[in-house]
Design a protein around this ligand. Structure first.
Ligand SMILES: Nc1ncnc2c1ncn2[C@@H]1O[C@H](COP(=O)(O)OP(=O)(O)OP(=O)(O)O)[C@@H](O)[C@H]1O
Length: 531
């Protein structure tokens, strides 16, 4: 196939080839590389791109496979919708349009609508200047970063130890080319060890980035968040949109905001739609961390931390871990006090109902009838909590309540003891999904103002298996052993051995823990709502 392409007929579309055509559309004349067909590329004001053979009375001679790629043929002009276009690149006179169409059925009919990156065959424009002009136009209309007039500057953290360890390769092969085609400015760092993502966020110059993108799992995002919220200028950096390109094992953030795979995440990042993200302060003796995802005790920590050696399996390690936990039928004791987001909704009646249900189905004692002395050695001291609360970052609102709870006293103002002392699964989560296939909290939303506490009282193996299969689609909430509370703040004192306390998938000291939710403290990039 000849690579030399005759330039388009002189005069008809020289300097004004980018013409202000009808309405606000701009039109370019182009050819497919190596072919004589004359095409018109029309970019509408909303960024929708029409490609059609220039009507000269003769049928298009595009070979079928190229016509198929561009969807050229008879009938209305083929369109690449503005929603799908993520960028464009030029090399000399050649223009390539990058787009990410939805795969399969209409998005509304799919549980997990996902996209696949595609590129048009090279379209040859009259001059490199015109190709550059088309690139600029396509990027500015389709890469939506609010009203920013310059390309977004992305700080990218690549964790080579997340999941099956493919993040660096995925960055080079998929992520970098697409983000460059979108015109983003990339500042990429590969983490060298645990904790490096936190350091990177502490070191980044104020005002030098527009968003943080993590190629890794939830641990990578958790580390980045610690850096962002412990900077002196945390009130500014907390607003940076956070995006996860799923390369880890769980990838709860990506799964919960519709970024089902790498390409879908790239499309979302380029489109730049955001949603507020609640964050919880987790306070322990002289220590504080921040959680965007979950605070867990019992079953989920066992299946997560207990399967570290199966990391090579990617997300499948959690299935293996869950089966193991169900077979072992483990139960864990904890003393928990919580402040409901909206006590009026659940209130005393809800508490009593939960206690009554538990009295029928389990041997756990109601902590309301037992003395409140702290468990040996695990309770926090008032001074330690004060020290933790005075660390850099958003102020802790419930310090006085935490101090009272550390001494075994229930604070006033809506705090309640949880009636169930024995639990199997116990997870307070900010997000609906803990991984791509675990829809633990279907009612949860990143900006609900609370963490949704889901816990189960001890179950039989059969019930456990049913819970596991139903939770894939979020259909487990009506199970008799499942409890739900909307938590604004919580105190948890672990009283069993053989399990962990885990925040966002990371193990924290096995000591009394307090958490409170800071509504909408941060922002997450989310998959654009699809019409
Ligand atoms: N270069 C490195 N070498 C070893 N560990 C690292 C390195 N960089 C980061 N880490 C650590 O890797 C851990 C795992 O990363 P991450 O949690 O993102 O992946 P994951 O556990 O597979 O996914 P998920 O948390 O979604 O289940 C993090 O806790 C982080 O501290």
């Amino acid at each position: 196939m000849a690579n030399e392409v005759a330039l388009l007929s002189p005069g008809s579309h020289s300097a004004s080839d980018v013409e202000a055509a009808a309405g606000d559309a701009q039109a370019f004349r182009a050819q497919l590389r190596g072919r004589g067909d004359l095409l018109e590329l029309r970019v509408a004001g909303d960024g929708t791109c029409d490609i059609r053979p220039v009507a000269d009375g003769s049928p298009s001679s595009c070979p079928a496979f190229l016509a198929g790629l561009l969807r050229l043929g008879s009938g209305p002009p083929p369109q690449i919708s503005a929603t799908d276009i993520i960028g464009a690149t030029a090399s000399g006179c050649e223009l390539v349009i990058w787009h990410a169409p939805l795969q399969g059925k209409a998005a509304a009919q799919q549980e997990k609508p996902s996209r696949r990156l595609c590129r048009t065959p090279p379209l040859v424009l009259e001059s490199p200047q015109l190709a550059e002009q088309a690139v600029k136009l396509l990027r500015s209309t389709c890469c939506c970063w609010g009203s920013a007039q310059r390309p977004p500057r992305l700080l990218i953290i690549v964790n080579p130890a997340s999941g099956p360890g493919k993040a660096p390769a995925i960055y080079e092969r998929e992520v970098r080319p697409a983000l460059e085609a979108a015109g983003c400015h990339l500042d990429m760092h590969v983490t060298k060890a645990a904790g490096h993502a936190t350091e990177l966020m502490l070191q980044v110059a104020a005002g030098s980035v527009d968003a943080v993108v993590a190629l890794g799992g939830d641990g990578t995002m958790h580390e980045a968040l610690q850096g962002l919220l412990t900077r002196q200028d945390w009130e500014a950096t907390r607003q940076l949109p956070l995006a996860q390109i799923p390369c880890g094992s769980g990838n709860a953030l990506a799964a919960s905001v519709g970024m089902w795979n790498v390409h879908t995440a790239l499309h979302a990042i380029i489109k730049g739609q955001q949603r507020p993200l609640d964050i919880a302060s987790v306070v322990q003796h002289e220590r504080r961390c921040f959680s965007f995802l979950s605070v867990s005790y019992g079953l989920i920590t066992n299946l997560d931390i207990g399967t570290e050696h199966l990391r090579w399996m990617g997300g499948n390690r959690f299935v293996v871990g869950a089966l193991q936990q169900i077979m072992l039928k483990r139960r864990h004791t904890a003393r928990v006090a919580l402040l409901d987001l909206d006590p009026a909704v659940i209130g005393e009646a809800g508490l009593l109902a939960a206690a009554a249900a538990d009295a029928v189905g389990s041997s756990s004692s109601n902590p309301n009838s037992t003395p409140r002395t702290s468990g040996a050695g695990s309770a926090a001291s008032a001074e330690g909590l004060r020290a933790a609360a005075s660390l850099q970052g958003p102020p802790v609102q419930h310090l006085a309540a935490f101090q009272a709870l550390s001494q075994g006293r229930l604070p006033s103002g809506g705090w309640q003891w949880l009636p169930d002392a024995d639990v199997a699964l116990f997870t307070a989560t900010n997000l609906p999904r803990l991984d791509m296939n675990f829809h633990l909290a279907p009612m949860a939303a990143p900006d609900s103002g609370c963490f949704d506490l889901i816990y189960t009282t001890p179950t039989s193996r059969m019930e456990g298996l049913k819970f596991m299969t139903d939770s894939e689609k979020g259909q487990h909430m009506s199970h008799p052993r499942v409890r739900h509370r909307r938590v604004a703040a919580m105190a948890l004192e672990p009283q069993s051995t053989g399990t962990w306390l885990v925040v966002d998938g990371e193990v924290v000291p096995f000591k009394q823990l307090f958490m409170e939710v800071h509504p909408s403290l941060c922002n997450a990039v989310v998959a654009p709502t699809v019409r």
